[in-house]
Design a protein around this ligand. Structure first.
Ligand SMILES: Cc1ncc(C[n+]2csc(CCOP(=O)(O)OP(=O)(O)O)c2C)c(N)n1
Ligand SMILES: [Mg+2]
Length: 409
């Protein structure tokens, strides 16, 4: 059975080890550490001091470090440590965050209902529980300059990009007024106008595409940064690491955002990942990592500001791991039998991002009535989106033959 998710942390760490690793595994690690240390010492003493052979000159000119030096000082220790401060938001910013997160939650609840009624077909992956991640991150980027790309769990990302809930809901229900003319559905939505580049069903593909978007920003010198979101499961995809390598090598303006919601379909991150502290996954490419409490919108916003400063300064990519949780199954057809109800309930009670912010607002003197009124207006927006979708016509049959790329290779 899957383990209870680990405690989240707002501190950037570079040396943390998983406490929940089985004893056997950590025991197996110990000798490896010793073995790694020993040759480093010997290497540092002898070969480096020897008179270089003639051919040794050319490699010495290149920026590559001598094996002795690199062995003595692991790359990870040279990585910059980025701070993860908690963002100090004004009251009106807090209200905006609250409204944004509520909109995503109510929208997703409605999408779940429409799916149950058979109005949404195909795949539908809800974002409930993860709202603080996208709200905190998107609030820090510059619309019209930066770009965003994600996987199939994308409704919240679109709403946070400022895309009209009506046309998102219309797309989910396969209507002609949808953002992809009703032909893309939940996983395949796109809006260049909003800097939103999908909506991708191939796990991990968006990481390479996002790296390409970042290359575009650099090439065009437009000052933009790409936020490339992916999951803990996608973090085990091979192309992710090819992308990391290129992004760091070319100092591309990209923030790799791992939304670690603890599960990839029915597999918990602890079961699938040999290094389950995912913020460390960029270390061998010299990409600094940050581990952030993804259930706290202020922690997310504080951390991404630091990441953006670093990336905008031309220093290359940053890897952010946002520790979060999805309350619903992987998709609408997943009964989520791989975890207990108590586990889900426990996270909801202790760390729900919306309840957390609500408590903060009440403490700051905002009246309960004001928050209720906000919720009412958000519900109205979502109801209108559902009505708009239901009243919209389906695409014409002739649309089957448009927007289809036919080429010879
Ligand atoms: C290349 C590829 N392999 C497998 C799948 C099937 N698949 C769809 S979602 C998923 C799990 C991904 O989990 P994660 O990256 O953690 O994202 P989450 O669903 O938790 O947001 C898998 C294996 C796929 N769509 N594409
Ligand atoms: Mg996941």
């Amino acid at each position: 059975m899957a383990k209870t998710p680990r405690k989240t942390s707002t501190k950037a760490r570079t040396t943390t080890k998983s406490k929940s690793k089985p004893a056997a595994r950590s025991a197996a690690k110990a000798p490896a550490k010793r073995a790694a240390k020993a040759p480093a010492k010997t290497a540092a003493k002898s070969p480096a001091k020897r008179t270089p052979k003639p051919r040794a000159k050319s490699p010495a000119k290149s920026p590559a470090k001598s094996p002795a030096k690199s062995a003595a000082k692991p790359a990870a220790s040279r990585l910059p440590v980025l701070k993860t401060p908690i963002y100090k938001a004004s009251k009106s910013e807090l209200m905006d965050f609250y409204e944004q997160m509520l909109l995503i939650r109510r929208f997703e609840e409605k999408a779940g209902q429409l799916y149950g009624l058979g109005l949404i077909g195909g795949f539908c992956h809800l974002y409930i529980g993860q709202e603080a991640v996208v709200t905190g991150l998107q609030s820090a980027i510059e619309p019209g300059k930066d770009s965003v790309i994600t996987g199939y769990r994308d409704h919240g990302h679109m709403l946070a990009c400022g895309i009209d809930p009506n046309i998102v809901m219309a797309e989910l229900t396969g209507r002609a007024s949808g953002i992809s003319k009703g032909k893309g559905g939940s996983m395949h939505m796109f809006s260049v106008e909003h800097g939103f580049y999908g909506g991708h069903g191939i796990v991990g593909a968006q990481v390479s595409l996002g790296t390409g978007l970042a290359f575009g920003h650099k090439y065009k010198e437009d000052g933009g940064v790409c936020l490339a979101y992916f999951g803990d499961g996608a973090a085990n995809q091979g192309q992710v690491y090819e992308s990391f390598n290129m992004a760091e090598l070319w100092k591309l303006p990209v923030i790799f955002v791992i939304e670690n919601n603890q599960y990839a379909m029915g597999t918990s991150v602890n079961r699938s990942s040999s290094e389950d502290q995912l913020y460390r996954r960029g270390e061998s490419f010299r990409i600094p990592g940050m581990q952030v409490d993804g259930m706290d919108v202020l922690a997310v916003r504080g951390a991404v500001e630091e990441a953006l400063k670093y990336v905008r300064a031309g220093k290359g990519p940053v890897l952010m791991e946002l520790k979060t949780y999805r309350y619903r199954g992987h998709s609408m057809s997943d009964p989520a039998k791989y975890r207990s109800r108590d586990e889900v309930q426990g996270v909801r009670e202790k760390s729900d991002p919306i309840e957390r912010l609500k408590a903060m607002l009440l403490k700051q003197g905002v009246k309960e009535e004001e928050l209720k009124a906000l919720d009412k207006s958000v519900r109205k927006t979502v109801m209108e989106a559902a009505d708009f979708a239901e009243e919209s016509p389906e695409p014409e049959l002739s649309e089957l033959y448009t927007d289809v790329l036919v080429e010879q290779y």
